[in-house]
Design a protein around this ligand. Structure first.
Ligand SMILES: C[S@@+](CC[C@H](N)C(=O)[O-])C[C@H]1O[C@@H](n2cnc3c(N)ncnc32)[C@H](O)[C@@H]1O
Length: 441
């Protein structure tokens, strides 16, 4: 079937952003970069037992919601998947993804009480990670080509601030002339692996270079110091291991500071280069506000902030409650969190470094905030939480599928979903962020 071309009508878009249709033998067909009700000519490019994947060969009848993508790399780069649709329609499509997850997967009857599109449709992203590959006369610094590990060079990326593209152009120039070798992933040779750009909500910038060896060429260092005079800092991280992990274990400050300072929810937060921070500042503010609104913290509460990061959520809540116990596995985040509690004059926050599933067994609390990575909660975390019997659970999620799985488990153990809102952290991608409240039933 691979190579065959069919006319199809897209029935709907599914979580992840692909269009869904059916091929004549009844199998499900996934078509990236399509829209509901479009009539398309589709070429089959991949065949599996239960489904096939196709690419758009021709648009026979376009959706009225189809728009011209802003980015010349759209469709090639692995980043965005919803640039071909108006923003209004994008929000509607994401709402439909969530509605399907709520009824089919989570099996709960609840409508999100609020939806927060991103006020800044473009240029919102404050952190980006760019793989590097050897190329003459200057290296490729960009993104991975869609569904591959082949690096494409980029000269535009409209979801980043224009300053990020200027920084990438400068780095390309520096590395083109410094003699620094660039990493060849297949051969496991070459030095420069990734460029990481971070920007605070207040516009301060931090640049990180990840290398395979512990050294940066002298000419690279010279070029960095000459070209970048307006940064908060430049950081060098060493990752000697092959594989997908971007950061290695050793980080040194090349110049300036190794962190940014964020101002959010009335707090000042130090965020070190290796610490997690939300990549959309305005929507991060919204998460902090929503968690407080859902939890309605009271002076007697002891709140556990599991997956605490540098304290963005927990420190805000600490102002209104008896105690916050913050659990976080990354040591740089724990160090930032301890420092952040101090500079914000909060002496009722206890930080515990470690894996949430183990630490949660050691602490007592009546309310918990859970904000795990995309893979969601482990069974160990769920059982530890349920055994502690908090009255309220505020579950913040960047992955509605794992959230639905987890709230289903929690429902079976006596916790009902009471409130739900969603935010668009990453316009033009199929990602969405949920804030939810569960209460003991
Ligand atoms: C989605 S981030 C949320 C951070 C924070 N709540 C915020 O919004 O800034 C998840 C955090 O959980 C941490 N983490 C990942 N796995 C963990 C685990 N097993 N136990 C504790 N923390 C973990 C990560 O280092 C990261 O800081």
């Amino acid at each position: 079937m691979v190579g065959q071309v069919f006319p199809v009508t897209i029935e709907k878009l599914v979580m992840g952003g692909d269009g869904l249709a059916h091929v004549p033998d009844g199998r499900v067909l996934f078509v990236p970069f399509s829209l509901p009700e479009e009539r398309l000519k589709v070429r089959i490019v991949q065949q599996k037992k239960d489904y096939v994947v196709g690419t758009v060969e021709d648009i026979l009848e376009p959706s009225p919601n189809r728009v011209q993508p802003h980015c010349p790399h759209y469709g090639v780069c692995g980043g965005c998947s919803l640039q071909h649709v108006s923003y209004e329609c994008e929000i509607g499509l994401k709402g439909a993804f969530l509605a399907e997850i709520l009824t089919r997967q989570a099996k709960v009857e609840i409508e999100p009480e609020a939806v927060y599109p991103c006020a800044q449709e473009w240029g919102y992203r404050t952190k980006s990670e760019h793989p590097v590959a050897p190329h003459e006369p200057a290296p490729f610094i960009g993104y991975y080509r869609r569904r591959t590990h082949k690096v494409i060079d980029i000269n535009q990326c409209p979801v980043l601030a224009p300053s990020s593209l200027e920084d990438i152009a400068k780095l390309r120039k520096i590395h083109g002339s410094s003699g620094e070798s660039c990493y060849n992933e297949r051969a496991g040779k070459g030095n420069l692996r990734h460029v990481i750009l971070r920007r605070s909500g207040q516009g301060k910038r931090l640049i990180g270079l990840v290398t395979r060896t512990g050294e940066l060429a002298g000419e690279t260092l010279k070029g960095l110091l000459e070209e970048f005079t307006d940064l908060a800092g430049i950081v060098h991280n060493v990752n000697t291991e092959p594989g997908n992990r971007i950061l290695g274990g050793r980080t040194e400050v090349v110049s300036g500071a190794g962190h940014l300072t964020e101002e959010i929810g009335g707090l000042k937060l130090r965020v070190s280069f290796t610490s997690f921070f939300q990549a959309n500042h305005a929507q991060a503010e919204r998460i902090v506000a929503l968690v407080a609104e859902f939890l309605q913290p009271e002076s007697g509460d002891v709140i556990c902030d599991a997956y605490a990061g540098v304290g963005m959520i927990g420190l805000g809540l600490a102002r209104d409650v008896k105690e916050v116990v913050a659990i976080e596995s990354a040591s740089s985040s724990v160090q930032d969190g301890i420092y952040n509690a101090e500079i914000n004059n909060l002496d009722n926050v206890r930080w515990i470094g470690g894996d949430a599933s183990a630490v949660l067994r050691e602490v007592e609390y009546n309310t918990i905030v859970l904000d795990p990575p995309r893979k969601g909660l482990t069974e160990g975390v769920i059982s530890a939480v349920v055994d502690a019997r908090p009255h309220r659970i505020c579950y913040v999620s960047c992955n509605p599928s794992t959230w639905a799985r987890d709230i289903t488990s929690l429902k079976g153990m006596g916790y009902g979903l009471k409130r739900l809102a969603w935010l668009d952290m990453f316009p033009k991608t199929a990602h969405m962020e949920l804030v939810s409240l569960l209460e003991i039933t």
